[in-house]
Design a protein around this ligand. Sequence first.
Ligand code: SF4
Length: 441
Amino acid sequence: MPEESIIKEEDRFHEAKGEPFDSAVCPGCGCLCEDIDLTLENNRVVQAFHACSWGLSKFHLGHRFLREPKHAKLVFPARKEPTGGPLPVSYEEGYEQAAAFLLQANRVVFFGLCQMTFDAQLLAISLIKHFNATVYPSEGMLLTPFFKALKQHPAGIATQEEIRQLATTIVFWGANPLHSCPRLSPRYAVFAAGINAPERHIARKAFYTDPYENDTGFFALRIPITPENEVDRAKELTEIIEEGSFSVPKELDALVKAIESSPFVALFVGRGIAYSATPDALMEALFALRNAINQKKPCVLLPVISDFNAMGFYLALIQSGIDPAESPQVCADLLAYQPKKGDTLICIGSDPFWFFSDAQREAIQSLYIPVVSISSLQNQTTHAADLVLPVALTGVEAEGLAYRMDGVPIFLRQVIPTAQPTDFTVLKAIQERILTEPSHG
Ligand code: SF4
């Protein structure tokens, strides 16, 4: 392509008037796409290229699951009045109140922590250790079983770029990539021609497991499972691969043939494993399947992660000396949380009230359990919280380090300015107040 036409193509990226901001990193999901070209005007993003609709929402300071981007930023710190309405407070007052809630607690319970920078995660973990707190990471239902299995079966992870180049058979197990990481399929896993593709034609074979047909079926073949037979199905597949069996059930036939003829296989596992009766056993069975395929050809298993720095949180736990595979402090499913009088809940970058059962919500209210929400965006938790501390949205209003779903570190840049503090600054200010308390020094 002549050079002038390349320059013309690039110019087209900034049709809106304003300042170009190229190669921004999207904090929308665990793909952390680093190819987002933006145009800025009056400290706002007015145009974005390459982002999916989730990413677009983030750059417009909104929730990622909305069809149309909608501004949802929290504006000021607030505590709940006795009448239930929000009463604006200063950040200083908010830090004091948050420290007081923590210091008076018999038990501190953290929720979320998967959509913040790595530095802030390390700081949050130092508070978890200080209070011997319990934590329900927002991706706990996927990553707690994942790290348990990884400890028993180390290795077998590849980067997304390696998968794009090498994998020719892709299996989504308990994962709908269109809804959890929208650009995973087009950019890496399915609609890209790798070096193993004949003449670089896109020729991947894709499969997904699900009790029902879903939109992954547009490009992948369904392997029917039920929550009851899922573990057995994974084990059955492992046995067939190990033994090179000629007796293959009809519904596994295409998948077995694809695995056998593929030079490189990638298994993507998603949150759907939580619907299994035994998620830990299922993850273990999927790692065993990966090992069986790996005896014959390279096979990798990666979690499909929606919250952009969930992998960072688990790496921060390990770096801080907490083994997520063993520690009773690290829980998986927040529906297992049983509210107790004397609890204080700290929700960071997440919306646990969206997921809580009615019984959990009622118990939190009737037991007068204080809820602190440290969040960029309004959500059900910020509406329910006794104290709300707004923070800058990482990757848009603040910079910081995060880890992609394959464990690759990516530095997110600040795109637009904000007067709001980062989640790190807020946690630091709360920690300082806790450490200066005579009985907690
Ligand atoms: S796939 Fe994820 S990281 Fe990439 S643009 Fe969409 S939301 Fe952002």
